[in-house]
Design a protein around this ligand. Sequence first.
Ligand code: AMP
Length: 125
Amino acid sequence: MAYSYDPTNIFARILRGEIPNKTVIETAHTLAFEDIRPSAPVHVLVIPKGPYVCFDHFASEASDEEIADFNRATADICRKLGLSPGAGGQGYRILSNAGDHGHQEVPHYHLHLLAGRPLGPMLAR
Ligand code: AMP
């Protein structure tokens, strides 16, 4: 796969401890922290600690352990923040941008976890 990872991106710097973050959860392979420019009352970024550029890079090249850790950590955040509809929460939206058309700004794979108000239709037409 033709991905090359830029280790100077801002999330890599957060992972190296060069830039502070408001951590929500940290596990062996995953870090989640508050977005600096929140688009909703809850706006958490979930990133793998490994050097992956976007979803398909991560999903095809990360180990099963990393993928399981990442997904379980994301579910833990939903529970921790009281968002899970299955546990009485009001729900959330997860999205991930990739590449130019996806409008990805930071070239380190991340999920946006958004919640805290009705989020409306998924995309503007
Ligand atoms: P994307 O456009 O999907 O790459 O989203 C990148 C996100 O990273 C944006 O929502 C930014 O607000 C967020 N962001 C950029 N720098 C920081 C930072 N230092 N700490 C937390 N969030 C950041």
